[in-house]
Design a protein. Structure first.
Length: 252
């Protein structure tokens, strides 16, 4: 009777909880944090400045702006080196008499607040691989009438390449730490249980791509721009950091 019962039970599959089959959470692990860095020289630079034009009327101010823009463009032509030049905003502002302290909807445009002229302004952004010539470009723009030219940032055209190097370095750092812990605790380092790449919060630069107009440029009769004054720049390397969280099983 007992033999028959056992034979009958053997015909049905035995269902066990998954945790009983493989309780991975109960497996001892070594968890470490690996950090990797990659230092890469920047291969791109962004230069920003503003082109201005003044005049008694709006047309005069805008035409003066166009002439100034053309003069600056001609002066940095030889320094461009695959330059990308962008302008996404333009403003034409009224200029009132010096005695006008506050102008609003209830103020007349006469007397102390009479309009005496207009100023047109066009912010410009330059992106170029001419990293070492950035100072020369800034100086030339200033000499040709550009307002407040400056080096805005040095950056990498392909930051993902540097990030990959940092990830490899972080992985090697984590492996060395885990091996040292296993050796110090007199245990055997087993297979990798988990790897997590942390977000270091780095973002590539965002640049607007609206092209600036070049109206009347071909019709302008301008004197030859002065030769640029060379200013050599050597930016610091860009440091890219990546962090990973890893865990290894203890044992075979």
């Amino acid at each position: 009777m007992r033999t028959v019962l056992l034979a009958g039970l053997s015909l049905f599959p035995v269902l066990l909880p998954a945790a009983a089959l493989a309780d991975d959470s109960a497996t001892p692990v070594i968890s470490v944090t690996g950090t990797g860095k990659a230092e890469v020289m920047p291969d791109r630079v962004t230069i920003r400045y503003t082109v201005r034009g003044e005049g008694k009327t709006q047309d005069d101010a805008i035409k003066a702006l166009v002439r100034s823009r053309a003069r600056i463009d001609a002066g940095i032509e030889a320094l461009k080196k695959n330059i990308v030049q962008n302008s996404s905003q333009m403003n034409v502002a009224e200029v009132r008499a010096g005695g006008c302290r506050r102008y609003g909807p209830g103020t007349l445009s006469e007397g102390e607040c009479a309009i005496v002229g207009y100023v047109a302004s066009l912010p410009v952004s330059i992106e170029t691989p001419a990293v070492t010539d950035a100072g020369t470009i800034v100086g030339q723009i200033s000499r040709l009438g550009g307002w407040q030219p400056s080096v805005a940032q040095f950056f990498l055209a392909h930051p993902e390449d540097a990030a990959q190097k940092a990830i490899i370095a972080a992985s090697e750092d984590a492996r060395k730490k885990a091996a040292a812990l296993a050796e110090g605790m007199h245990v055997q380092l087993g297979a990798v249980r988990s790897i997590t790449l942390e977000d270091n919060g780095e973002r590539p630069p965002m640049l607007l791509r609206a092209r600036a107009f070049a109206a009347e440029k071909a019709e302008l009769d301008m004197p030859a721009p002065p030769p640029p004054v060379a200013v050599s720049m050597q930016p610091e390397p860009i440091e890219v950091t990546r962090t990973i969280q890893t865990s290894w099983r203890i044992g075979p």
